[in-house]
Write a protein that binds this ligand. Structure first.
Ligand code: ASP
Length: 583
């Protein structure tokens, strides 16, 4: 058995006889003596190989990445290498066994590799040998360890829930698994353990957690994977604040253990409507200011056609001040910004600049003196400020300008990259309108409890119903989200009705779940944290594939194993499946 970690060897071990194992990472031939870098998971140690060894010739021709067992004596180096943890010493080899000869590897195993990601994904096991990825996986392990320790201390129990189950209601498309025994029936892979964790509360478990694998068949964006992991938890006899406090404690411990950083708790709490109004986002990045301002009222009498039309349609005029950058923000840049906000639904981007003590350029000529004065005062404008406006329906005006806020901040480096700003966004709407489906959907999921004062409005005033739902946000990313659940059957029935499920539909989809509520249901609530997102933030990467051992590509395939793939006719026949397109 391998007993020594390479990177632990140091001057303290000089004169010791040791046996080390690892990959031959690098090789230099100085004629009569070879220098090997031997790499194991912990790091690299230098091996001196002299031509007195029996198998010197074989060692001379050994390819990099071959696996070696080296026995020798630790000696102090003449030329120390300060860049290497073990740079003070080297091992004079007495015996080297080639445990496995490597072929030429398809790319250089180094953090400076120029290999394309597709090649690295095809040979992921080689890619994992690079310190960059190896360190990410180790960090992920440390984070999960820290989470488990914390939750165990808080009397949570870890419970596994099924992977083959009935479709869950997170709102994405399910991955389906055909049943052989019950032909024509399908399991769904869980989008989250939501229903099961609530049933665990009904089952009396009180505090549950799971490092849970979730599956969602969605079109993949850069930061999404078809299967991902949640730190999923649920608690009985709690209110919103209680869940939030537990999660704050958890994040505090993780940051302490992994980053050696003490984060301040409690986090700021901000209702959803305020976050949208001030930052144009339900996951505001609080590392910089540049807040948005609703200036609709200021333009009540406007003659500027664009704003006027918006007001006639009960719209919203949103403004954002970029301080002191009027000179840097050129016409060309503003054109780019105008294009940038279009995908967010904004039809245009208006602006004015504060130059020579007055508002000029852009739409300045359409504004009255009073409007200009009010703008200067309300927005506290000073020389060289730029004001951007988006006028549209409220949500579009908010999200479009919110997106621009982030873009400008990134472009002009206004974000303090070393700070971590947490907050809770609370009081989310219960419903959101789906243009596509032309109906209201659950903003979170159908089991989220409405605020007590909004229960009566569920059927009559959907846009003004708010929920006991909360997201924990860090630096502009949603780390996790959860809610207090409905634990009363009548309210649950009303919620299904509000979401347009008929009684029969609700009974078919969630009948077993509704039944469970009849036999004593403790009030409960919980939350799930996206583990990959947390690891990404803690290890400073924006590529989700960096924190997953065997990730999939944007087209949901595994380039290494070629999954998904066709299956035998026999397998299909057993499942009673005939393919329509056999190509
Ligand atoms: N199951 C929810 C989700 O995946 C989280 C929760 O409500 O606890 O978003």
């Amino acid at each position: 058995m391998k007993k020594i970690n390479n990177n632990e060897l140091a001057l303290k071990n000089v004169n010791e006889q040791v046996t080390v194992y690892g990959f031959l990472s690098k090789k230099r031939d100085l004629g009569g003596v070879l220098f090997f870098d031997l790499r194991d998971r912990s790091g690299i140690v230098q091996i001196v190989v002299r031509d007195t060894l029996d198998n010197y010739d074989a060692l001379t021709t050994a390819k990099v990445e071959s696996v070696l067992k080296v026995t020798g004596t630790v000696v102090e180096r003449e030329n120390k290498n300060a860049k290497l943890a073990t740079g003070d010493i080297e091992i004079n080899a007495d015996q080297i066994e080639i445990l496995n000869n490597a072929q030429d590897v398809p790319f250089e195993i180094s953090d400076n590799t120029t290999a394309l990601e597709d090649t690295r994904l095809k040979y992921r096991y080689l890619d994992l040998r690079r310190p960059f990825l190896k360190d990410k996986l180790i960090a992920r392990h440390q984070i999960v360890t820290s989470i488990r320790q914390y939750l165990n201390e808080q009397q949570f129990i870890e419970v596994e829930t099924p992977i083959l189950c009935l479709s869950t209601p997170e709102g994405a498309r399910d991955y389906l698994v055909p049943s052989r025994v019950n032909q024509g029936s399908f399991y769904a892979l869980p989008q989250s353990p939501q229903i099961f964790k609530q049933l665990l509360m009904i089952g009396g478990m009180e505090r549950y957690y799971q490092i849970a694998r979730c599956f969602r068949d969605e079109d993949l964006r850069a930061d999404r994977q078809p299967e991902f992991t949640q730190v999923d938890l649920e608690m009985s006899y709690v209110e919103e604040e209680d869940v939030q406090t537990i999660v704050e404690g958890l994040l505090k411990k993780v940051f302490h253990d992994v980053k050696h950083m003490d984060i301040q708790t409690p986090f700021l709490r901000m209702p959803y409507e305020e976050a949208m109004e001030r930052f144009g986002s339900d996951k505001p990045d609080m590392r910089f200011e540049m807040e948005l301002k609703n200036v609709t009222a200021l333009f009540a009498q406007t003659t500027f056609t664009v704003f006027k039309t918006t007001l006639e349609q009960n719209g919203y005029i949103n403004a954002m001040v970029v301080k002191g950058l009027a000179k840097e923000i050129s016409r060309k840049k503003i054109d780019q910004y105008t294009e940038y906000v279009k995908p967010y639904g904004a039809k245009g981007l208006a602006f004015v600049k504060m130059e020579d003590g007055i508002l000029q350029a852009g739409i300045a000529k359409f504004l009255t003196d009073t409007e200009k004065e009010q703008l200067i005062e309300t927005l506290s404008l000073t020389e060289n400020d730029v004001v951007f406006f988006v006028s549209d329906q409220k949500k579009t005006a908010q999200t479009a300008l919110g997106a621009l806020r982030l873009k400008v901040a990134k472009e002009f480096s206004l974000i303090d990259q070393n700070s971590y700003k947490f907050l809770w966004v609370t009081d989310f709407p219960v419903f959101e309108w789906s243009e596509e489906e032309q109906r209201y959907l659950a903003c979170h999921h159908p089991f989220t409890a409405p605020k007590d004062e909004d229960v009566d409005k569920l059927l009559t005033d959907k846009p003004h119903c708010y929920a006991k739902a909360y997201d924990v946000v860090l630096n502009g990313y949603e780390l996790g989200g959860g809610s207090i659940r409905i634990h009363n059957q009548d309210i649950q029935a009303k919620m299904f009705e509000a979401l347009g499920f008929s009684e029969e539909e609700a009974a078919k989809k969630f009948g077993f779940f509704l039944e469970a509520f009849k036999y004593g249901t403790p009030p409960h609530g919980g939350l799930a944290i996206g583990l990959e997102r947390l690891v990404m933030l803690l290890t400073n990467t924006t590529n989700i594939r960096d924190v997953i051992a065997f990730p999939k590509t944007a087209s949901a395939s595994d380039l290494m194993s070629n999954a998904p793939n066709t299956v035998d006719e026999k397998q299909l026949a057993e499942l009673g499946i005939t393919l329509v397109n056999k190509e």
